[in-house]
Ligand binder design. Structure first.
Ligand SMILES: [Zn+2]
Length: 320
């Protein structure tokens, strides 16, 4: 698995000293209702077209940004810049804390390059073209699932699925601007990895969407711990596909989901600390056996939890 540590110096780009209209909308000082979509800015399109200019960006270090993480499909990067900065990635505004902390995420199918734009409090603008490494994703065939959880849903089942989706959508409408993620991530439960992020799924012979997270096989009843600090946004015991489901908001639109839980120990709105038990492993919803499914979403884009949780051999096994 690709694992890298990056500390990148930011480069000031000459001749771009003013904030654009898009950049001016970036700051989000408190919990905000999230817009359903954001159009890519003309500035982004223009910058991506000018490869020569991007090369120059790298030649003028200014030490105003540090990035830590994986510049790879499914990767998350944790960043620190100067207080008061505003940030966009690929033309979309990113939440930044008052101290200048923010996250960047790259989806399973992200292209080879991303554009980071940081507008400092003094209106100077720095841009950085990031190279995003490709990953190979395996094909994952799972048979023996209850067919009623795969296709051919009845009216009543579709109604339940629709109600579940509305609850999930509502829970994702707010995110705290605080960087609860800053203390780092650890595995919520340890055990054999029985499913990896991004695999192409074939369920009972039917092609489905890629696997949204990582599966860890563990005995039913094993404690599931919060992988990082956050605020519980959803705690539902009976979702159609997910079964027992908990969402934790780690701040700045980074959110964990834990599926198939047999028991839930937290309530929506509750503040949780890293390592706190939030529930127990189960096989509720669409599952062939007890396991914990963990998904991680940043700004609506699924990323790979295994990349942030690190080596499981070094994880705390005391809860098993
Ligand atoms: Zn899964």
């Amino acid at each position: 698995m690709l694992k890298s540590f990056l500390v990148l110096n930011m480069m000031a780009l000459g001749g771009c000293a003013t904030a654009t209209a898009t950049d001016a909308k970036i700051a989000a000082p408190e919990s905000v209702a999230l817009a359903p979509e954001t159009l890519k800015s003309a500035e982004f399109e223009e910058a991506m077209a000018e490869a020569d200019e991007r090369q120059r960006v790298f030649s003028d270090p200014a030490e105003s940004l540090a990035l830590t993480g994986d510049l790879v499909q499914g990767g998350l990067v944790f960043a620190t810049t100067l207080p008061g900065a505003r940030v966009s990635l690929d033309g979309e505004p990113v939440m930044v804390s008052d101290e200048g902390r923010f996250i960047l995420g790259f989806g399973r199918d992200h292209g080879k390059s991303a554009l980071l734009v940081v507008t400092h409090a003094d209106s100077s603008v720095v841009r950085r073209a990031l190279d995003i490494a490709d990953r190979e994703f395996p094909v994952d065939r799972i048979d023996g699932l209850d067919q009623s959880k795969v296709s051919g849903f009845t009216e009543a089942q579709l109604k339940k699925i629709g109600e579940d989706n509305a609850k999930k959508d509502a829970a994702r409408k707010v995110s705290d601007p605080a960087p609860f993620w800053a203390g780092g991530f650890s595995w919520p439960v340890t055990g054999r990895i029985s499913g990896v992020f991004g695999s192409q799924r074939i369920l009972n012979g039917e092609a489905k969407r890629p696997h949204s997270g990582v599966d860890v096989a563990a005995p039913a009843g094993a404690p599931v711990k919060a992988p990082a600090d956050g605020i519980v946004r959803l705690a539902e015991s009976n979702m159609y596909f997910e079964g027992g489901l908990v969402f934790i908001d780690h701040g700045q639109r980074l959110e964990s989901a834990f599926l198939h839980l047999s028991r839930i120990d937290v309530k929506a709105g509750e503040r949780v600390k890293a390592g706190q038990v939030i529930g127990a492993v189960g096989a509720t919803g669409r599952a062939t056996g007890p396991h914990m499914h963990w998904s991680l979403k940043w700004m609506g884009t699924l990323v790979d939890p295994a990349l942030v949780a690190g080596d499981m051999r070094q994880a705390d096994n005391s809860g098993r």
